[in-house]
Ligand binder design. Structure first.
Ligand SMILES: Cc1ncc(COP(=O)(O)O)c(C=O)c1O
Length: 445
């Protein structure tokens, strides 16, 4: 009997015994291509020896000291590298945590404290977007907009304002991207006015929506307009780059692609590539200085902020990313992956859209390509595809609810940034086989 409370009790899980590059082996000797970087985490690939050596060296020196008492060299180095991910020179203070949910909640609390320090206690609301994912702790869940993940806990999460995402494939205004005046961005302006601009502390959103919509990139003008609206109402812009940050989209931060600088950025996942549980909030100097020159203390903190071993690991991971040119590689390989998926899936009517930015690709499945009608959610089609892919030795990241919260199926593909062209081609072949198999198994055309 196992004592582990697994995600899906009753399901048999293979035991991972070895991992290297883009491959993972289980105890029965089966090999899996990690087509989703194990939930979009393992950016530099599995089994990089020098990361383990950095962890060991730090462990031998100082394995743990508390962040309320000490800094370490590793923490200073890592903070410098995290700040360098952004092109915005004033985003230069880093608050370390241990996960993406912690990073999001930390950013929100910091935004709130910023306004308290400014003598504006009425500014407390955080506007976020439907169809988003910001983490599973209760606070992060409240800001998230994934109906399936929120609903069981609705009575426990505070009601906060949400607006529509920028999702051109399913534009709620029935528009096409060409010539669109961005009513989805204007929705933020209206929401802020309805709520009362003086009561709003921040807007929180993912630059490219990952887990819940399946690699949905915004209209090219969207983020600039969002920044203008935030500035007009004097509200802070929080970018949740937990999934997109640290090179995944072919930029240090995804928002750099659109030349927009946020005030706070939540990071995790690829930041330490899974070699340690690390998250961070990249903070604008103005926000940091307001706290420093005000009360002088951020009323927050976790035991494992700035864990020395995590800092040493993160520092080496970001150094590796830079030394191997992996951010640029994400852009190049992302193009190869998207082109491969588009051509391999073109004749499958169930594939409605293939999209992505950098090495973050999404495939959305539909019942009808012309009307974009979603599949019957009872089919659990995305999960069937993921299961079929798993049996073909490919790990993917399925999701449901992208169309309207309940309906809509998609598959996220986001392999480690070190993936080779051959492995991309093998990934694409396996996705095609898996989608065909799921169609055959569920009677979908
Ligand atoms: C955009 C985004 N924010 C936050 C989180 C939560 O991160 P974690 O699971 O590390 O708490 C995730 C995780 O998938 C995410 O994709």
């Amino acid at each position: 009997m196992s004592h582990v409370f697994v995600r899906r009790p009753g399901r048999a899980y293979p035991r991972a015994v070895r991992a290297e590059g883009v491959w993972i082996w289980d105890a029965d000797g089966r090999r899996y291509l990690d087509g989703c970087a194990s939930a979009c985490v393992v950016s530099i690939g599995h089994g990089v020896r020098e990361i383990e050596e950095a962890a060991l060296a730090q462990r031998r020196q100082v394995s743990f000291v508390h962040g309320a008492t000490f800094l370490t060299d590793a923490c200073e180095r890592f903070a410098g590298r995290v700040a360098a991910l952004s092109q915005a020179p004033d985003l230069d203070r880093v608050y370390f945590v241990s996960s993406g949910s912690e990073a999001v909640e930390t950013a929100v609390k910091l935004a709130r404290q910023y306004w308290l320090e400014k003598g504006r206690p009425e500014r407390h609301k955080v506007v976020s977007r439907w169809g988003s994912y910001h983490g599973n702790t209760l606070g992060a869940l409240a800001f998230g907009g994934h109906v399936g993940r929120r609903r069981p806990y609705d009575p426990l999460v505070p009601a906060t304002p949400h607006v529509e995402p920028c999702y051109c494939y399913r534009c709620p205004y029935g528009l096409e991207p060409d010539g669109c005046a961005l009513p989805c961005a204007e929705a933020l302006d209206r929401a802020v006015r309805y709520e009362g601009a003086d009561t709003v502390a921040a807007f929180l959103a993912e630059p490219v929506v990952g887990a819940t919509l399946g690699a949905v990139a915004p209209h090219p003008g969207y983020w600039r307009r969002i920044r203008e609206i935030c500035d007009a109402h004097d509200i802070l812009l929080i970018a949740d780059e937990v999934l997109t940050g640290a090179g995944r989209t072919g930029r240090g931060l995804a928002l750099d692609r659109w030349g927009v600088a946020p005030d706070l950025v939540a990071l995790a996942k690829g930041l330490a590539s899974g070699y340690a549980a690390v998250g961070a909030v990249l903070v604008h100097r103005r926000v940091h200085d307001t706290v420093r020159d005000g009360s002088g203390a951020f009323v927050h903190g976790f035991t494992y902020n700035q864990h020395p071993v995590s800092m040493a690991v993160g520092d080496r991971v970001l150094a590796y990313l830079e030394e191997h040119g992996l951010v640029a590689r994400a852009e190049q390989m992302g193009e190869t992956l998207l082109a491969g998926l588009r051509s391999a899936l073109a004749d499958l009517p169930v594939v409605g859209d293939v999209r992505g930015v950098g090495l973050l690709a999404g495939v959305e499945f539909v019942a009808d390509r012309n009307t974009r009608e979603p599949l019957d959610p009872d089919l659990g089609f995305a999960w069937q595809v993921a299961e079929a892919a798993f049996h073909r030795g490919l790990l993917t990241y399925p999701g449901t609810g992208c169309a309207d919260g309940t309906r809509g199926d998609h598959l996220l593909l986001c392999p480690p940034l070190v993936i080779s062209r051959e492995a991309v081609s093998s990934l694409v072949d396996r996705v095609r086989d898996a989608v065909s198999a799921a169609c055959a198994g569920s009677g979908v055309a």
